[in-house]
Structures are given as structure tokens and as C-alpha cells.
Design a protein around this ligand. Structure first.
Ligand code: V4E
Length: 226
């Protein structure tokens, strides 16, 4: 049951830029619950079939994760849609389910695959079968905080090894649960931290693509994914 909840959770999050004042505010109202480091590798087809649909496949600490938008419009990103401060993505961590979902998004049929395979953590041949290549790779050092009096809210302060740091306020909710109340908790937390950004802050990937994958960045920007 717990495993099922984790596999089908929706991550509602808001990114923010932080300085020493924000850090002090976080330390005043929160508790540091740990620091960790992880290496991410992101994968897509050479013609960006996943990321053009805002679908993000990554390997983190030997585990596969797929982040998919919860409200795609006919499977594409609606041009001109105003980007809210919060993002909402479904996180899938079960590899057979990830494989099925990726095949659906990139529209691979069984004939294309010749024989359908069972993907495994130990064998990456399914990546070749689906023509998936690594397009981004970086290490993040993350400090995590929980907040006094704010149940279920986590704050992460991320430092990426390519020289970008960003914070995120995050609430995990089971799929189908009340996303509005998660957004309200995030708004309240942002207020307590004195954040006053009115525009969505760039995440690590946006900055990475802009610097190291300018062609993919330009394509995703004009498709309104970023
Ligand atoms: C969803 C997404 C991407 C995948 C990486 O997601 P992100 O939350 O940025 O990374 P991270 O390391 O904090 O993951 P976590 O540990 O929280 O699961 S890359 C781009 N997107 C879409 C996206 C977007 N368009 N704008 C913003 C502000 N964030 C994400």
C-alpha cells in the first residue's frame, strides 16, 4: 500500500532563488532533516519525443523515475498557457510501468521493437530498443528541511555541480487527492519565507539545457515546455 502510494504520488512544487536571508528564515522555522548527494542521468530520443511532451525520464542512484505532467492538453503543451508558480508532476518509479508509459509517449509499436522485452534494472538494453540516449548528467547536493507547524511540506536546497543553486518547496499528494490544498500550503510557506517572486524560477534542467544543450533548449522553449 505504501509502495503503491509512493509510485502514484503527485509532486506539487515551487522553486525559489535563495540567499543568506532565505536560509536564515528556513533555519528559523524549520529543521534540517539531512543532506545527500545524487547523480542524475536524463534520457530522451534524438528528436526529443519525451521532453517535447514534458515527460522526464531519469536514472537517480540506480533507480528509474519518470516525471509526467498531470494535466497535459491532448498530450501536448498548450501554447501561451500561463505558467503558474507551482508545477505538478506525477512520479512513476515502477520500471515496467515506466517502460509502458515511455513506449506510449514515443509511439513505439511492438513491430518497431521486434520482440517486446521486460526491462530490468541490471540490463539497459531497453534504452537501445527505444533509441533513448542520455542528454543531461549532473550531480546535486541537497539539504532538506521540514517546517514546524506545516505538515507534509518539505524544503530542498539544491546545489548542482555545474554551478547553479535553487530551492524548492514541495508537497507530495496521492494521485487524485486535493492539489489545491497542496498549492495553498506552498503559498503559505513561501509567504513565511518572505519569497516574493512572481514568475516561475528556472530549475536545474532549464539552466543545464540553456548552457550545454542549446538546440534542445530552443526547441523546448518554442514548444512552450520550458
Ligand atoms: C519536471 C521537469 C524536469 C525533471 C526534473 O524535475 P525537477 O523538479 O526540476 O528536478 P529535481 O532534481 O528537483 O527533482 P525532484 O528531486 O524534486 O524529484 S526538468 C524540467 N521539468 C519541468 C519543469 C519546468 N518546466 N519548470 C520548472 C520550474 N520545473 C520543472
Amino acid at each position: 500500500m505504501l509502495l503503491n502510494f509512493l509510485q502514484m504520488s503527485v509532486e506539487v512544487e515551487r522553486k525559489f532563488l535563495f540567499d543568506s536571508d532565505t536560509l536564515k528564515a528556513i533555519e528559523d522555522i524549520g529543521d534540517c532533516v539531512g543532506q545527500k548527494q545524487f547523480h542524475d542521468k536524463y534520457f530522451d530520443t534524438p528528436d526529443f519525443k519525451l521532453t517535447l511532451r514534458d515527460v522526464w525520464l531519469r536514472r537517480r542512484k540506480q533507480s528509474w523515475e519518470l516525471k509526467c505532467p498531470i494535466d497535459p492538453v491532448n498530450g501536448t503543451v498548450e501554447p501561451g498557457r500561463e505558467k503558474s508558480l507551482c508545477t505538478r508532476y506525477k512520479e512513476i518509479t515502477n520500471l515496467p510501468e515506466i517502460y509502458q508509459r515511455v513506449k506510449e509517449v514515443i509511439k513505439v509499436t511492438c513491430e518497431d521493437c521486434k520482440a517486446d522485452i521486460t526491462p530490468s534494472d541490471e540490463d539497459d538494453s531497453w534504452l537501445n530498443t527505444l533509441k533513448l540516449c542520455c542528454f543531461a548528467e549532473f550531480t546535486t547536493t541537497r539539504r532538506s528541511f521540514t517546517l514546524k507547524g506545516e505538515d507534509g511540506v518539505k524544503i530542498d536546497l539544491d546545489q548542482a555541480d555545474f554551478g547553479y543553486h535553487v530551492g524548492e518547496i514541495e508537497v507530495l499528494v496521492p494521485e487524485g487527492a486535493d492539489i489545491q490544498s497542496a498549492q495553498e500550503k506552498i503559498r503559505h510557506t513561501a509567504q513565511r519565507l518572505g519569497l516574493n517572486e512572481e514568475r516561475r524560477v528556472e530549475g536545474k534542467m532549464t539552466v543545464y539545457l540553456k548552457r550545454y544543450r542549446p538546440e534542445q533548449y530552443a526547441i523546448l522553449l518554442s514548444a512552450h515546455v520550458l
